[in-house]
Design a protein around this ligand. Sequence first.
Ligand SMILES: Cc1cn([C@H]2C[C@H](O)[C@@H](COP(=O)(O)OP(=O)(O)OP(=O)(O)O)O2)c(=O)[nH]c1=O
Length: 191
Amino acid sequence: MDHLVLASASPRRKEILQKLNIPFTTFSPNADETLPSGLLPSEFVKTLALRKARLAFDHFPQAVIIGSDTIVVCNDIILGKPKNCEEAKYMLKQLSGQVHSVYTGVAIIYEDRMETFYEKTDVEFWELTEIEINQYIKSGEPFDKAGAYGIQGQGALLVKKIIGDYYTVVGLPISRLYRTLIEMGLSFLPK
Ligand SMILES: Cc1cn([C@H]2C[C@H](O)[C@@H](COP(=O)(O)OP(=O)(O)OP(=O)(O)O)O2)c(=O)[nH]c1=O
């Protein structure tokens, strides 16, 4: 077996994966993130995670590859990363006072083996005022994050309650990933 490759440009995923305490490199997958409408959120995130992992696998066929994708689902609408202030505002207004679900899909590819899974965490937001939303957008934090917020940053102030793994919200459910790698018998991990 070669090394571990995280198929992600996300600094958060990199930080979370460091918890495994094993060396890894990163690869920016530049995946086309469009998918046909009507997919279940769980299928959506697993498909995109696999797409990202496959792009890295083409470059590192000897490595263990990890791909991941995160979306926010509120009232059956999938919220990805906002492209501008208007989209960020729209998303935060949708989330205000509501419970939404964050789905993160993970794909692991190693030689001819492939595993995918997803985790879902429910997040409840406080009722947000227009001023609060505008101030939060000014922080710049929403723009590279699904649903236009980051629970690990100032976005923590918007969150009333979560049910599920915190790391699913930040973009990589590390404990499930850790266990899946062990189940796959990958030897760089303790048995
Ligand atoms: C809801 C939420 C999302 N996010 C982030 C996690 C993901 O990085 C991002 C969702 O976009 P993704 O497309 O899943 O990931 P990415 O574009 O950042 O990185 P890559 O495709 O290269 O792996 O939103 C947070 O950091 N905090 C949060 O609270």
